[in-house]
Ligand binder design. Sequence first.
Ligand code: F6P
Length: 281
Amino acid sequence: MNLILEAIQKSAIRIKKAIDVKDIGYSQEQNSSGETQLQLDIQSDLIIEEELSRVVGIHTIASEEKEHPMVLNESGHYCIAFDPLDGSSLVDVNLSVGSIFGVYEGEFSPSKMVASCYVVYGPRVELVFADKENVSLYLLQNGEFEFVKYLSLNKRGGIMAPGGTQQFWAPYHKAMIDSFFTRGYRLRYSGGMVPDLHQILLKGGGLFSYPGASDKPEGKLRMLFEVFPFAFIFERAGGKAVDGLKRVLEKEPRHVHDTSPCFFGSTDEVNEVVSVYTAAQ
Ligand code: F6P
């Protein structure tokens, strides 16, 4: 596992350099979700593929930028799913973006998840790594990631990050979000999942939501590349992650690019989501 973390750290240092210097034109390619790929997405994908290829213990990788999983080493036993540069369209307006990784043993099933990690490229580069025991925060300083502290969520927070287009929300979802705001929650939503969830995690709690809505019944965020890694981190930090009714880590994607509605946060807020959604069934 240490070798995997080191490979992720090396990738992050290289991606940060690419973000800093790269002219981020659009390529002619689309990814599996039909989004036009930025050259920076493709470059980040290749960097991670190259660094992970050096770790013999890795059997298969799956990338948000690749149609199909790729076998690296038949004798390896880890499978890693990653989103090389989530929120990459925010780079040209100089907002924070991130890379997300989920580590599995044997197969891409949430029951086989053993670790997860994300990197935020902001004013500083920070990395959060969760295994079965801890959620650890690292800071990139002088070319190396240094451990800062362990992270945990409070039982209740004060931040609200409501994703999706309001016009398409279910009425009960809108009523729930409105109700949080009338109780003093503050709006914090940049459109980058990594910095938005990082803020909730570091500031002790709140709720990030990307619901199923009439335009996107299964939400937007991809289970393997975005939802499961953050669900693993939020649960390890003492919070919760659900699809409205049940833990997202109990869902099985049928295809590597499947999406799911998702809610991540501290226990009180997520419990409230489950009661509202249960009552609406
Ligand atoms: O999946 C890419 C992404 O940019 C996430 O990082 C982010 O949370 C979400 O899409 C934002 O979507 P929207 O623009 O619909 O709020």
